[in-house]
Design a protein around this ligand. Sequence first.
Ligand code: GLN
Length: 484
Amino acid sequence: MPHTLTISQLTDKLAQGELSSREATQSCLDRIAAVDGQLNAFISHDPEDALAQADAADAALASGKSKPLLGVPIAMKDVIAVNGHPLNCASKILGDFNSPYDATVTEKLREAGAVIFGRVNMDEFAMGSSTENSAFGPARNPWNPDCIPGGSSGGSAVAVAADECIASLASDTGGSIRQPAALCGCVGLKPTYGRVSRYGLVAFASSLDQVGPLTKDVRDAATMLGVIAGEDKRDSTNVPEPVPDYIAALTGDVKGLKIGLPKEYQVEGLDPEVKAATEAAVAKLEKQGAEVKEISLPHTQYAIATYYIIATAEASTNLARFEGVRYGARVDGASPEEMNRATRGAGFGEEVKRRIILGTYVLSSGYYDAYYLRAQKVRTLIRQDFLNAFKEVDLIASPTTPTPAFKIGEKANDPLQMYLSDIFTISCNVAGLCGISIPCGFSVSGLPLGLQLLGKPFGEPDLLRAAHAYEQATEWHTKRPKIG
Ligand code: GLN
């Protein structure tokens, strides 16, 4: 069953001629046909285009070419541009818009030989934590279809966890890769801000957004990061740091690695099963030779407010470009202003409107100093907390989410509860760090739980080393949902 393979397993089989990319791609397409009616991970996909790419990969393989992702089917979150393919950001406002160019990460995947297929589901414009804010209907958790898969990259996580693709690419502004990875039982990596180009990623909050992979194991995350990382002059926030060999970091050894546990993370509402699983995971790393110590991140209590002020402020400016003239759908009106209003009124969903209103408010004259400017100052304090902590430790461990996946509809009408569930993931973006979520157990009701590790800026090698060592010592990542 080729669709169940990891990247490394598939590329081995392709290189040995045991399997073709066409067979692997067809296997993913068959899997989508079998299970996606239930899961709604894919907004759209183009089987013919996918198979044509697979045939090209098979021809390259036959001529002896070797590339890191040659012939591997990868699904793309509907916020990353793929030339000639639909780009909707799971919103109605983009209508039948198609990308006129490839994002840098898309280009890099192509250069690495990937079969890029499918637009996967998400919260509209990546705003949300459950994928319920999609104009294309919610995606469902493959471990229990009554539950949310997390968000905003729910489709990317479901597609990987339910073996509808080999790996996927997504974006993370405040947890959108790590949180759905945790809730669906796969690996999600958010690279350091500046590590991966954002060119061709539709902007939500430009000072927080990063592109990263969702994969079936840590080795695959290292492979994907090695492909997508690197300098890009088309993104002015991209940092020209050399790209290390991330696979070489997977030594299986964590001896001497110092891991910090923030004392402020014993938050109210932390589910006892999540707490126990995270503690057991940290104990395992300690047994493997890591040194564990308590640390302090004193400004933790301000993280959610800071994030939701900065993210909404940036979103309100970024989303001004969707006005019915340049992109996608238009609703006519008697004047240009009427047309803008009618288009935005009909095109954006409720959560996106809420964010635009909040963001416009915190940037407006009279409130700017009290909210936006203050949030920027607190952001510096939060970053400082982490940089101080990283003088004492190499990594910071925590749960990825305070609870396992909740039921669809449970928090849909309570935005504040939804925002509060982002407590462990948002600081990583606010402080510009890197972070990973890896499977670390299951709840009694059979839902996956995630361990989050945070690393210092450009500390991905240590992050991957520890995640890989833990994975080697456990079997959580090998478990698959019984679906289809
Ligand atoms: N859940 C957070 C939000 O709603 C993060 C989303 C994301 O990372 N794109 O803003």
